[in-house]
Design a protein around this ligand. Structure first.
Ligand SMILES: [Zn+2]
Ligand SMILES: [Zn+2]
Length: 337
């Protein structure tokens, strides 16, 4: 039995999305069918739509912060039921058996499959089929429009903070956008001392509202100098190529800079500096199933979610234009009416 789907698809890089009708085939035994109600709009959706990495194929249906209701379950799915509210993030499948999957690091499984691309179509559609292992039940105390951005921006910022920091840590966050504002909230709720770092001083008030104790305007050399040697961990959420030496200078001994924003250029820092400070440069890729479940519970308990502007899916092109022009809220969430 096939199911008709209506989606907003890109037909070539950078073009406005157009309505695309297609059919989904039979549900696989390990999959669930989700009637999508909400879909976050992430910067990496734009990267995929614009083919920034040269790996996109068209027509492309993006959307990887999906919330919806399960409307059918495959024959081997036992942990989800019809009517349940679930969320899907950027990762939708792994082997579930390799050493990484078996040790709760399935996000780095070599068989990882992403929710968009590689022949898969994402949440800018009214129905998706996804492996049930990557459809996460959403706690009742999280609203759908609030929960959607947690599935990518939330897990991407929460996972490295939970992996690398404790309540004793001095945590810095570079960039106060979709990922960064959630990172500030998570780090503050975990009890760390939190420093927001942004090129734009007018974001200081917002950063404090999200839980930052300190604010460093990175455009101000004097402020950078005063913050030198103050941080144990810095999460970079920006995709710009920064002068990373400035940020290495902010670290305390044994400090780390973790990248979740994909700047494209090389990170040129002298090995001698890493040696002397015992610094580490690390990356973090979304998050595992276990960490995603933990993040959703943590967010529900601490009532943490993204600052969103909710718009109907029919306005998706206008939302994308506003993101491109820099006139965007922390997160757009699109609703299927
Ligand atoms: Zn994303
Ligand atoms: Zn695996």
């Amino acid at each position: 039995m096939t199911v008709p789907v209506r989606a907003y698809a890109a037909t070539s890089p950078g073009r406005p999305l157009e309505i695309l009708n297609y059919e989904l085939g039979d549900l696989h035994p390990d999959e669930v069918r989700i009637e999508v109600s909400h879909s976050g709009l992430c910067r990496s959706d734009l990267d995929a739509l614009d083919d920034r990495l040269g790996t996109s194929s068209y027509p492309l249906v993006a959307g990887h912060e999906i919330i919806g209701q399960v409307s059918a379950v495959g024959s081997s799915v036992t942990h989800l039921r019809v009517g349940q509210r679930v969320g899907v993030g950027p990762i939708c499948n792994t082997c579930l058996n390799c050493e990484y999957c078996a040790s709760g690091r399935d996000n780095v499984c070599s068989k990882v499959e992403f929710t968009i691309g590689g022949g898969r179509r994402g949440g800018f559609a009214d129905i998706v089929h996804v492996p049930a292992a990557y459809a996460f039940p959403i706690p009742d105390s999280l609203g759908s429009e609030n929960a959607a951005p947690l599935l990518c921006a939330g897990i991407t910022s929460y996972a490295p903070i939970s992996r690398h920091t404790t309540s004793e840590s001095h945590v810095g966050v570079i960039g106060i956008g979709g990922l960064g504002h959630l990172a500030l909230k998570f780090a503050a709720a975990r009890g760390s001392e939190v420093t927001a770092i942004s090129t734009s001083p007018r974001k200081a008030d917002a950063a404090r509202r999200f839980g930052a104790h300190n604010f460093v305007a990175s455009s101000d050399a004097e402020q950078l100098r005063r913050a030198a040697g103050s941080l144990d961990f810095i999460l970079s959420t920006v995709d710009a190529d920064l002068n990373w030496l400035d940020y290495l200078n902010l670290l305390r001994p044994d400090g780390k800079i973790c990248f979740v924003g994909a700047s494209m250029g090389p990170i040129g820092v002298p090995a001698a500096m890493l040696i002397m400070g015992q610094y580490s440069l690390v990356g973090s890729a979304a998050g595992s199933r276990a960490t995603t479940t933990e993040m959703l519970e943590f967010s529900a308990r601490h009532q943490i979610w993204a600052e969103t502007e909710v718009v109907p899916m029919s306005d998706i092109n206008r939302a994308i234009e506003r993101m491109r022009s820099g006139d965007a809220p922390f997160r757009f969430v699109l609703t299927h009416e």
